[in-house]
Design a protein around this ligand. Sequence first.
Ligand code: BTN
Length: 253
Amino acid sequence: MLQPTILRFDSIDSTNLEAIRQAKLGIPEGTCIVAREQTAGRGRLDRMWHSAKDAGLYFSIILRPQFAISDWPLLTLMAALAVSDAVWKACGVRVDIKWPNDVCASDRKLCGILAETVETSIGPAAIVGIGINLRKEAVREDLMPSATSIQELCEGALDDQRILNELVTALAERYELLQRDGGFEQTIREWCAHSSYAFDRRVRVSLNDEVFQGVTRGLDRDGALRVELLNGKIRIVRAGDVTAVRPASKEPQ
Ligand code: BTN
């Protein structure tokens, strides 16, 4: 079982960047970086991640999985499940996972996950960065309509340390499960059970140079999203942004 140790920072550029630096120094897997604020928090697709002081959980873990790098995208699914476990245990809040890396509640984003790969002298490492909005100050003003925070969802006092503890425990359990025999299949099954995006969801997929619509038809073995096009063909989506499309409202009879 993973033995997590936590390195804490008051302020840092990005917990993912610090994890990359530590991984390059050969630090063992299970090392976690936590910061009260990030001055250059990183999001997917080169976006920045707003990281106001004490407003969010800014967390990264270093992993050195023993399975093929082509399967490392499963780490993002595993991390989303761990966030779901942790938020449920610490706050009693049920979340919805949106492919590939968002955790939402009430259709608004609560958490983002950024997994990166780095070469180190003792082999490649995966850095899994997790940002959870704890308080409303974690959310940039212009994103407020589409984002939420634990504070908004959860009655009672916020216990940041409890959320961190539950997250670390859940990551250790989910990572072990992923690496067991049948762990990939079980992780995908559980991901699908925790996501309203897995099946039969009409979505718009935005790639670098293309946008298309279709209906979700589950995940491939490596975590890629299967989207059925109008012509019945399945497209396998490995990158890009996926947003739900509401079906056009019916014309009045
Ligand atoms: C996204 O939704 O675009 C992913 C956001 C990931 C943000 C977290 S906060 C902790 C870790 N450090 C970073 O710089 N990014 C991730």
